[in-house]
Design a protein around this ligand. Sequence first.
Ligand SMILES: Nc1ncnc2c1ncn2[C@@H]1O[C@H](COP(=O)(O)OP(=O)(O)O)[C@@H](O)[C@H]1O
Ligand SMILES: [Mg+2]
Length: 250
Amino acid sequence: MINIEDKAISIRNLTKKYGDVTVLDNLNFDIARNKITTILGFSGAGKSTLMKHILGLAKPTSGTVEVLGHNINELDRHALRDFRRHFGMLFQYAALFDSKTAFENVAFPLREFTSLSEKEIEEKVIDLLLSVDIKEHSFYLLPSELSGGMRKRVGLARALALSPDIMLYDEPTTGLDPITTNMVNELIVETSEKNRERAMTSLIISHDIKATLKISDFIAFLDRGRIIEYLPVDEFTESEKPLVRRFLDL
Ligand SMILES: Nc1ncnc2c1ncn2[C@@H]1O[C@H](COP(=O)(O)OP(=O)(O)O)[C@@H](O)[C@H]1O
Ligand SMILES: [Mg+2]
């Protein structure tokens, strides 16, 4: 385990049970601000459940989740909805609105959560799309008219629209071909670097060890609801835990 000094997220004694089944088993760890951290684990390890607790979408059976200094379990529904603006999410399948153009997908959070004028929204959307390398001639295409890689980029632009403090990537490279995987990896690193000054935190949930080793500062290995290894990436690759070795040697 490692000691994180500048914390974005603190998890203490977090347990989640569904009936008799313990899915998260007394977790204690922190996630560093302004860094890229990956939570790795096999399918069923509890990664999505952990993510839901970090977002305040699930309630702990016991223990606490502190995000940016707030105990999110103490926020009421209304406060929690506001608090989620601190998060940007990029899902496995980008989850764009199928009937909205790339432009309108990115404009959506700005229309929903800000009082920017139409002109300000337009300027911001154009900046965001260009920053993820979507060219002007693609602005008004529908998701079905974009490649998988472009959809990811539009999804990222939308996630960044409200300048989140924490970017969450849920299985960002799962199911992608190697070239698109590299592109998404580069995008995650670039996004982290571009937002370094405002100390944005990146948290990746993945079972793709090869993709995440290249880009993470820290890696936590989750197995059956427990963190069994948590190290800076260069030390993680030297781990002698048999399960981690099995994962690394895949
Ligand atoms: N709402 C739920 N009710 C009951 N069991 C659940 C629920 N959500 C997840 N689980 C169980 O928790 C375990 C971990 O699931 P999950 O967090 O989705 O793992 P991962 O994302 O690592 O694949 C699985 O065994 C799953 O069946
Ligand atoms: Mg999952």
